[in-house]
Design a protein around this ligand. Sequence first.
Ligand SMILES: [Zn+2]
Length: 244
Amino acid sequence: MTRYRALQDQALAANLEIPRRGLAMYTFGNVSAFDPALAVLAIKPSGVAYDELTRDDIVVVDLEGKVVEGRLRPSSDTRTHIVLYRHFTGIAGIAHTHSTYATGWAQARTPIPIYGTTHADYLAEDVPCTELLDDAALAGDYETATGHQILTCFRGRDPHHTPMVLVAGHGVFTWGASAEKAVYHAAVLEELARMAFITLSVNPETPRLSQSIVLKHFERKHGKNAYYGQTGVDSADHNVKAKS
Ligand SMILES: [Zn+2]
């Protein structure tokens, strides 16, 4: 029994949600759970299929990327997770997927327009999309560069209010106050992407939802006087601020 067992259990449970929610096949995707007090994250090992994953396979890594527990290699995307934990203070879980509809928008390098209240319940803007990495970034540490590509996209944004991003030409990263919440946001993002795709198919000229409806929906769930759901359920998730 180690001090990391609870964190590994959280990471395992959240990773197993990925195939269960239809967000990835084979070994695609990964989730991490972060413990700010211990300054370590527990993450899926590289190249292990979800149906074979056990708690002992979950790798624990410090913020320098050094493995502190586990016998497997951590996900190849670990350094992207580390960049986000270092800069998005207050988040404690990150999910990365190539889920079909959201990745379609990422490959089209197009933010997902805010067409309806389902979207506005989760974020009050289009789902942002990063720029493509340039050749210089590709030549260096690709996964760290991917993290910085996301930070650049989040200049002037609050990562708590917008807990998701499309990475151009690649897939998605989502996050939250726990690994479970990060996967929840990955599932929400896939549904928003699918709805927006259908909306454009029905009417390519569909305008964005008006800002007053957007704010009404976002505020009733996330604002100071939120009244959606049961008191206090969502509030723990609202302390995230970007450091830079
Ligand atoms: Zn990927």
